[in-house]
Ligand binder design. Structure first.
Ligand code: UDP
Length: 239
C-alpha cells in the first residue's frame, strides 16, 4: 500500500483559523474532530505525520503591537495560543485512538513535552503523531515559518499547507472569482509573484531545503488522504 503513496513523511500546517469554524473566535470542537479524522486517515495509510498548529483563532502578536503595546509580549501571547490549539487537536486525535504527543518550543513541562529534534524524531519513529506547539519559540516569526523549519528538522518530504481554498490562485478567489488557479509552481514563482500563501521566510526555507509545499483545502473532508494517494486537488510548489 505504501508503494502508491506520493509522500511518506509529511508535515501538515493547520492555521488557528481553520479550527474556529463559523464561530469567529476560538475552537469549534466538531471542526477539530473532523480535521483529526483526516489526520487519522492519513496515518492509517502508513504516512508519518507531524503537525504545526497556528494560533490566529485566539491571538496574534500584531494585535497588541497595533494598539501601542509591546510586540514581543504580543507574540508570546500568540505562541501560547498555539499551545491551546495543540492540546485541542491532541484531544481530538486521542478520541480517535491516534497516539499523539504535543511538543512545545517553549518549555511548560506540566502541560506538554518540550521540543527537541531528537525527541520529535523518536516519537515519530514510535508511530506517534507529533504536534508542534509554540511556533519557532521566537517572537517576530509565524507558524508558517515554524512549519517550514520543523519540516526540515523532521526530514519531511512534503509540507502540506491546509487553507480555505483548493490551491494557490493569482488573487484571492473569494474576492475575484476570475482569479487563475495554478496546479504547479516553483518556490521562485511564489516569491517572485508575491503569492500570499505562506510568508516569505517560510517559502525561502522550504526552497533552500528542497521541500515541496502542497496547498490544499483543509475544509474538504478526506482531501488530505486523497492527495497522498494520487488524487484530490492541490497546488504543488516544487523545484
Ligand atoms: N508567533 C510567534 N512566533 C512564532 C510563531 C507564532 O511569535 O514562531 C505568534 C505571533 O504573534 C502569531 C501568533 O503566534 O501572530 C499566532 O501564529 P500565526 O499567526 O502564525 O497563526 P495562524 O495564522 O497560522 O493561525
Amino acid at each position: 500500500m505504501t508503494a502508491e503513496l506520493r509522500f511518506k513523511r509529511v508535515l501538515l500546517k493547520v492555521s488557528g483559523e481553520a479550527l474556529m469554524g463559523d464561530q469567529g473566535f476560538g475552537i469549534d470542537v466538531a471542526v477539530a474532530d473532523r480535521i483529526a479524522g483526516d489526520i487519522a486517515a492519513v496515518r492509517r495509510l502508513g504516512v508519518d505525520i507531524s503537525v504545526v498548529i497556528g494560533g490566529g483563532n485566539i491571538f496574534r502578536g500584531v494585535a497588541v503591537a497595533s494598539k501601542g503595546g509591546d510586540r514581543v509580549t504580543g507574540d508570546h501571547m500568540g505562541m501560547l495560543a498555539t499551545v491551546i490549539n495543540a492540546l485541542a487537536l491532541r484531544t481530538s486525535l486521542m478520541k480517535l485512538g491516534v497516539d499523539t504527543v504535543v511538543l512545545s518550543a517553549i518549555a511548560m513541562p506540566e502541560i506538554c513535552e518540550s521540543f527537541s529534534q531528537r525527541v520529535a524524531l523518536a516519537h515519530a519513529e514510535a508511530g506517534r503523531v507529533v504536534i508542534f506547539a509554540g511556533g519557532t519559540g521566537n517572537p517576530f516569526f509565524t507558524t508558517d515559518s515554524a512549519a517550514a523549519l520543523r519540516a526540515a528538522e523532521m526530514g519531511a518530504d512534503a509540507l502540506f499547507k491546509g487553507t480555505q481554498v483548493d490551491g494557490i490562485y493569482s488573487e484571492d478567489p473569494k474576492i475575484n472569482p476570475n482569479a487563475e488557479r495554478y496546479d504547479q509552481l516553483t518556490h521562485d514563482d511564489v516569491l517572485r509573484q508575491g503569492l500570499a500563501i505562506m510568508d516569505v521566510a517560510a517559502i525561502a526555507l522550504a526552497r533552500e531545503n528542497r521541500i515541496p509545499i502542497v496547498v490544499f483545502s483543509i475544509h474538504h473532508q478526506g482531501e488530505f488522504a486523497r492527495i497522498l494517494t494520487g488524487g484530490g486537488r492541490a497546488t504543488i510548489v516544487s523545484d
